[in-house]
Design a protein around this ligand. Structure first.
Ligand SMILES: Cc1cc2nc3c(=O)[nH]c(=O)nc-3n(C[C@H](O)[C@H](O)[C@H](O)COP(=O)(O)OP(=O)(O)OC[C@H]3O[C@@H](n4cnc5c(N)ncnc54)[C@H](O)[C@@H]3O)c2cc1C
Length: 394
């Protein structure tokens, strides 16, 4: 079996008592450190250094990295539950983990033994912090159109091109850099490769991108000009595998996005149901008006359904199976639910929902990212439909 084929590995299930303990620890961290400070930092668009330091202490940068390399070795299901708890506090924190653990996942599944030993221990410790350099200004959904090129030069490759939307681009220090090593390849994905690339000479953050929500976490445009990366950093040591490697990692990314959406929706719902019991109109709490009851019932039901889909996708990933269909459905349903629930929570709050003094406006601004990130929901639907046609042949 080559390193590149080695992605079907089953993930060791996390024992339920350990899972419960870890999720509870994260929940306490969120309630203690994140909830009280998130809105203020978010409004200032400030990077949450102190929270990230605690996440590092808790070992969260190694959450899904096997214990062999110093990680916590948690299964995807436990990871999904952790992400939900974090996002009840602040969705941006989960963005700091997502591309990091996505990179760790693909190194673990596709890297050579030397690459695993070189990168995973420091990633588990949070010393190396991963970022994904895939999208470009003209190519997001249509990733085969990327133009960044890596040309072999002795023992190195020289990289030229510009990446867009790199989450953790400024605070990360290890890129999953997707390039063309053969721009003429047909189909184009056969000419795509992935490098594990630390920033160095020739790497410039050309700008920080201002955003509607998902603030605090850095999202950057990064230029690579004659950037030299050793051939030893070509993931799996083989050219032409980059697309397959990154798509496999994006399944975990989609489970992360689905879990984020469940967390943000839950936070919005919990605020709404409390507010609905406190706010009085026409002589009674608004939760006694049927129009509000219908909203609360629909919100809670959809959140439960989104969580079940997310956990189902995580379970499938833990079986070592591809889960395009399940991760796509979870990401699609959870993110649409989140967008709907955050708007409904704002309506339940009336005018106060529109105010910066209540956190629902933040949930509302964070929700749309989940419709777009890790493949837009339009693309998710095409992936789901393709899988369904395979599953139900004529
Ligand atoms: C805050 C933020 C953080 C991000 N972080 C990262 C990151 O860390 N690393 C990274 O590499 N990328 C990142 N991205 C990029 C993200 O993955 C892309 O924005 C996303 O894949 C969509 O690509 P696009 O923006 O180029 O839109 P386009 O691909 O141009 O799509 C535009 C519209 O057309 C639709 N569309 C496109 N093709 C089809 C089709 N075949 N069928 C139906 N509809 C279609 C899309 O759904 C969308 O509605 C981030 C984006 C954001 C907003």
């Amino acid at each position: 079996m080559t390193a590149a084929d080695n992605d079907d590995r089953k993930i060791q299930p996390t024992p339920p008592d350990i899972r419960a303990e870890i999720v509870d620890t994260v929940k306490r961290f969120v309630q203690r450190e994140v909830v009280p400070a998130a809105s203020e930092l978010e409004h200032r668009d400030e990077y949450p250094h102190a929270m990230v330091a605690t996440m590092k202490e808790l070992g969260l940068f190694g959450a899904t990295i096997p214990t062999h390399w110093g990680g916590l070795g948690l299964d995807t299901l436990t990871y999904a539950m952790i992400v939900e708890e974090i996002c009840v506090g602040w969705m941006s924190l989960s963005g700091i983990l997502n591309t990091h653990l996505l990179l760790a996942y693909i190194i673990r599944n596709f890297g050579t033994e030397e690459q695993k030993n070189r990168f995973l221990p420091e990633m588990a410790a949070g010393e190396y912090r991963g970022a994904l350099c895939l999208s470009e200004a003209h190519a997001g959904s249509d990733v085969q159109r990327i133009r960044t090129v890596a040309v072999r030069d002795g023992d190195d490759y020289l990289v030229n091109g510009t990446k867009m939307w790199v989450t953790n681009g400024r605070n990360g220090n290890l890129f999953a850099l997707v390039v063309k090593t053969d721009p003429q390849a047909d189909p184009p994905h056969r000419g795509m490769s992935l490098f594990i690339a630390p920033p160095g000479n020739g790497v410039t953050i050309s700008r920080d991108i201002g955003k509607l929500g998902y603030k605090g976490v850095d999202t950057c445009e990064i230029a690579f000009e004659d950037y030299r990366v050793p051939s030893a950093n070509l993931l799996g040591g083989e050219e032409g595998r980059g697309m397959q490697q990154v798509l496999n990692g994006l399944e975990v990314g989609r489970i992360n996005i689905a879990s984020r959406a469940v967390g943000v929706a839950r936070a919005a719902f919990e605020h709404a149901i409390r507010y609905a019991q406190e706010r009085q109109t026409f002589g009674k709490p608004i939760c006694e008006h049927q129009a509000i009851q219908l909203k609360l019932a629909d919100m809670a039901t959809k959140i439960e359904a989104a969580r079940l889909l997310t956990h189902r996708a995580a379970n499938k990933k833990d079986q070592g199976e591809r889960c395009d269909l399940e991760a796509g459905m979870a990401k699609l349903f959870a993110s649409e639910t989140c967008a709907e629930v955050t708007l409904e929570a704002m309506r339940v709050h009336g005018g106060y929902g529109f105010s910066k003094e209540f956190p629902v406006e933040r949930y509302y601004r964070d929700a749309p990212l989940m419709l777009i990130g890790e493949g837009t929901n339009e693309i998710q639907r095409t992936i789901i439909a393709r899988q369904l046609v395979k599953k139900y042949p004529a």
